[in-house]
Ligand binder design. Sequence first.
Ligand SMILES: *Cc1c(COP(=O)(O)O)cnc(C)c1O
Length: 299
Amino acid sequence: MLPVLSFESVSLDNISGWFNNNIHADVLRLDKISPHISGNKWFKLRYYLDQAKSGKKKGILTFGGAWSNHIVATAAACKAQGLESAGIIRGEEPNTRSLSLQDAVAFGMKLHFISRDDYKLKKIPCDLDTEQWLLVDEGGYGPVGAAGAATILDYSGNDYTHYCCAVGTGTMMAGLVNRAGENQHVTGVSVMKGNYSLENMLEKLLVAGQKNWRIVHDYAFGGYAKYSPDLISFMNSFYAGTGIPTDFVYTAKLFFAIKDLADHDYFPLSSKLLIVHSGGLQGNRSLPRDLLSFAQHAT
Ligand SMILES: *Cc1c(COP(=O)(O)O)cnc(C)c1O
């Protein structure tokens, strides 16, 4: 299977009407690039892909869970660039693989399942020759990933007062902060419960010790990949109101948070927001059918 990437379909969708107050808000629709190389993932990977090629590696070796957007995106991006890929997957091999892992395999990724304890230690199975591979951290975390993520903003104007994004490892957010001007502010919405090490992880990736950013921790809905009926009904009403599909792990929590923050006057009068839709829709396939009013997957 060869992935299809369509950068020309990225759009800026105005959703100011969806807010109750006089906020200007545009959504940067990175979800439209590809159902597989979702949203921010190709941007985070782009310079790793270059490094793998210039370092004469056979491909990228990376880590993730069974429904990981990063795993699918790495498999697809490597396939698109003629590289091999290998994924170290958290947990014992299940009888039936998730649809995400099936996609990764269809893109040629070799999967190596390791126990959750070994995964915590990021143990690399000894049958993998690490010399031949470019090792990429979970989620593409690192300065190389952040440098790639900064190029997300090539797709927008720069007259925004605020950039808003979901935060997993903080790599994308660091890229946005590094690219933002002094008078611009970046708000990140953590999708993990009480992950207060994020601020530190982000700071490590900043090139100039910037302070014009904040991570909010109040919108995790119980934790990573957790959801409630409220979150699902929010996703359906957001889609009805804007025509924009979201994923339950990252972007639904992002839009919910931004709306709630705006309702509580977090954004000063006449703010102009750019909200990054970082994709992730493929992960909605892990939800029970019929919860969502929009297609669970683009293909
Ligand atoms: C991976 C991912 C993120 C988180 O990006 P980080 O750089 O790890 O913070 C956000 N949104 C979606 C849809 C993702 O797949």
